[in-house]
Write a protein that binds this ligand. Structure first.
Ligand SMILES: [Zn+2]
Ligand SMILES: [Zn+2]
Length: 443
């Protein structure tokens, strides 16, 4: 690219700055702008999550409505964009967030491994693929020496087999079978979230302090509680994976290792020049079309959110030696918990000490037993999405026709997905009010 063709010193038509180098980045010469103006336009597109269209050659110039050409933009801007392009994996089967050049490193914020910039949205397909790798990352941290959590596969199989493709995993702290003091039961909402997360979007855009269950795991440890984390959204397993070209293949490791090899070869072949394969990966990840759904089968006895909760209670939680259960249920997790309370009222209410709902969708039915109604009135709290300071009493915001089931306070954040992360202090102050009083007198 001969830059003398695209740059000329003149007055910028947008900001009216004199004697500046102008960059023509669209077919219309009159739309040549100075570097700060281009930078503003591109930054705006990045912030609005629309920069993916520039990489596809589909971002239109505001003035002539023709595509902006990325390789005509000012050099510094191009290198910023090239760094963003590095978040597109060199394989169609990424295995880790490192494949996206993202990491959590020492902080709890997802950042670009090379530039430390925060996450940039490119496309829904790219976002979903990264999200799946964040699931893997969070579970790997839970299994690591830091937490040493135990993975349990359900439904249990009679033999000790390594093949878990048709099961669902849950996690417990390593003292779950021995801790008689108390146990914290964490129940997430519905959707794409998996084990250890309250909200995937918060893990990506905010921090693990808000989006993950780590702060709750930490608090449980401080209070001498064991922990069990359910996985109620994993209700089916992949039987066959459909490739992008429409052919089906069993989701085996052979395909994946071949992909990884070819990506390693690409990396060696040429690091700087954009290759055909890079363009292929860019159009693959930035495609607006959803990926073909894999062929899945329901997991027997764990095929719905409610079945999952009941199965985990009957097969795992009911064997827990802890004298007291402390339960946190977010969003649809509240419905799962109410279902469990109804189905196993006689055993679970005896051991359940306190319940904290976080912006939950539970409701008390007209025919609800008095035991459940009274229990919730006395031992449950609901942290609701609100602008008010965390813990502030709210007037029946959830005015279901049957009234609120328990005390309702602000979670300290108006957005649903942030609530569990924001009210962790409030939840544990409710669980352990005496600690709270000590803290208060100390200040
Ligand atoms: Zn300008
Ligand atoms: Zn133009």
């Amino acid at each position: 690219m001969d830059h003398s063709l695209t740059e000329r010193a003149d007055t910028c038509p947008v900001c009216a700055e004199d004697s500046v180098t102008l960059h023509q980045c669209c077919p219309n010469k009159k739309d040549s702008l100075c570097e700060p103006c281009w930078s503003k336009i591109i930054s705006g597109e990045i912030e609005r999550g629309r920069i993916g269209s520039l990489f596809l050659g589909e971002l239109l110039c505001n003035f002539c409505n023709k595509p902006i050409e990325r390789n005509r933009l000012p050099k510094d801007l191009q290198s910023r964009l090239n760094n963003i392009l590095l978040t597109i994996p060199r394989t169609k089967t990424p295995k880790s967030i490192e494949d996206f050049n993202y990491s959590y490193k020492d902080s709890n914020h997802l950042t670009h491994s090379l530039t430390n910039e925060k996450f940039v949205f490119l496309s829904q397909r790219h976002y979903n693929a990264l999200g799946a790798c964040i699931d893997v990352y969070i579970q790997s941290v839970m299994k690591s020496d830091q937490w040493n959590y135990k993975e349990i596969w359900l439904p249990e199989k009679s033999e000790n087999v390594d093949d878990h493709h048709d099961q669902v995993n849950i996690f417990t702290s390593n003292d779950f079978e021995t801790n008689e003091n108390g146990c914290l039961i964490l129940l997430q909402g519905s959707g794409v979230v998996r084990l250890g997360q309250w909200a995937r979007s918060c893990c990506i855009n905010e921090s693990l302090d808000i989006g993950s269950m780590f702060p709750y795991m930490k608090k449980a440890k401080e209070h001498g509680l064991s922990v069990i984390i359910l996985n109620p959204n994993q209700t089916s397993y992949v039987e066959k994976q459909i490739c992008d070209n429409g052919t089906t293949t069993l989701s085996d490791r052979k395909t994946n290792s071949t992909e990884q090899q070819s990506s390693a070869t690409n990396r060696q072949a040429d690091d700087k020049k954009t290759t055909d394969s890079d363009n292929d990966l860019i159009s693959y990840y930035l495609s607006p079309d959803p990926l073909p759904y894999p062929i899945t089968k329901k997991i027997p006895n764990l095929s719905t959110n409610r079945e999952h909760v009941l199965h985990v209670y009957d097969n795992v939680i009911s064997k827990c030696p802890a004298k007291k259960f402390y339960i946190v249920a977010h969003s649809a997790g509240g419905d799962g918990l109410m279902f469990l309370l109804r189905k196993r009222q006689n055993t679970i209410l005896k051991k359940t000490w306190k319940v904290a709902f976080t912006d939950s969708v539970h409701s008390v039915l007209p025919l609800e037993s008095n035991e459940i109604k009274n229990f919730l009135k006395l031992h449950a709290i609901h942290f609701v999405a609100s602008d008010q300071p965390m813990g502030e009493e709210l007037d029946s915001v959830y005015d279901f026709s049957h009234g609120s089931a328990c005390q309702e306070v602000s979670a300290g954040h108006p957005k649903h997905e942030y609530t569990s992360g924001y009210c962790v202090e409030g939840v544990f102050n409710f669980f352990f009010p005496s600690d709270h009083n000590i803290d208060r007198t100390a200040f």
